[in-house]
Design a binder for this molecule. Structure first.
Ligand code: GRG
Length: 304
């Protein structure tokens, strides 16, 4: 992986343990449950995208340590929201999974009620964390406010939650045979790509991006996010549970609507290549050092 990505990831790993309140008082168990999943590793893709975008846009903070310092709370917030979505996705009412990030899932360790609350707590705390960053940087309060809006749009009814809802519906009722492609696109655009695009846009807002930079990152994020999901579908069909740290092979067993189900592994690989090319093309206006292009190519070739 790119050295810059490792640098961002190290910053995120150092900041995350400090981002949650230390003492839960009588309700200590819920802080423990939130901490258990948040600090369980993972690629940290979304927070790294927040930092990468903040550092590469605008004029006043570009390439400066202040860009990273200002964007770090939003980066941690994105990882909190992503972790909440994984905890809830693994619940018996949704995917009913017992393994995530190489460990037993949250509800297996803490029980279903605590896992629901741990997800709720992470989602809510993410916004508290970003609001605090806005107050700490009053000269850029509007930028932070815009970033908060980007995150909320990516996570909620216009993003991840909507995608997850259609995914659940298709699983329970079956996809509409005449509109399977359209439904799959909606699911992945919202469930997966929205948070990846939202991470880039949140970082870009904090860095003071121009309209042109926001447009480039928005298009890049949409293509990269879909590519990421196509790669995930391929890995589910071709990888092992040990390599992935989560149960694989379930998609086919459960007849799930995926890129591999629609186009086969080879067709999905072609789709992945064309989305990666699209991402690389769109990001050129904000990719002077090639970081974003390298990242798209690395993720297309990822093995876990
Ligand atoms: C419960 C509202 C709600 C949403 C759930 C993220 C999600 C939406 C479901 C997880 C299942 C899944 C396969 C989602 C597609 C996106 C994806 C590949 C998530 C896993 O993200 P990674 O690979 O995980 O970045 P790590 O563990 O590396 O952070």
């Amino acid at each position: 992986m790119h050295a810059q990505f490792e640098r961002y990831r190290a910053m995120v790993e150092a900041a995350l343990p400090l981002a949650l309140p230390k003492d839960g008082g009588w309700a200590e168990v819920i802080t423990d449950a939130a901490r258990y999943s948040l600090l369980a590793g993972g690629k940290r893709l979304r927070p790294c995208l927040v930092l990468a975008a903040a550092e590469r846009v605008g004029t006043d903070l570009r390439d400066s340590p202040s860009a990273l310092r200002e964007a770090l709370p939003a980066a941690c917030a994105m990882e909190m929201i992503h972790t909440y979505s994984l905890i809830h996705d693994d619940l018996p009412a949704m995917d009913n999974d017992t393994l995530r990030r190489g460990r037993p899932t949250n509800h297996v360790v803490y029980g279903e009620a605590m896992a629901i609350l741990a997800g709720d707590a992470l989602l809510t705390h993410a916004f508290a964390h970003m609001a605090r960053a806005a107050q700490a940087n009053p000269e850029h309060a509007l930028r932070h406010l815009r970033a908060i809006g980007r995150v909320a749009e990516a996570a909620g009814l216009t993003g991840m939650v909507a995608g997850q809802a259609l995914d659940v519906l298709c699983e329970k009722q079956g996809a509409d045979p005449a509109r399977r492609e359209e439904q799959l696109h909606f699911i992945h655009k919202n469930k997966t790509a929205a948070m990846i695009r939202g991470a880039l846009l949140a970082g870009a807002e904090i860095g003071g991006a121009s309209e042109r930079e926001l447009t480039a990152l928005s298009r890049y994020g949409a293509a990269l996010g879909l590519a990421f999901q196509v790669a995930d579908d391929i890995l589910d069909a071709t990888s092992t549970t040990e390599e992935m740290g989560k149960t694989v092979g379930k998609d086919e067993k459960e007849g799930k609507l995926t890129y591999v189900a629609l186009y086969g592994v080879d067709g999905a690989r072609q789709r992945l290549d064309s989305l990666t090319e699209e991402a690389v093309r769109e990001v050129q206006p904000v990719d002077a050092d090639g970081f974003f292009s390298d990242l798209a190519r690395d993720f297309a070739a990822r093995k876990h």
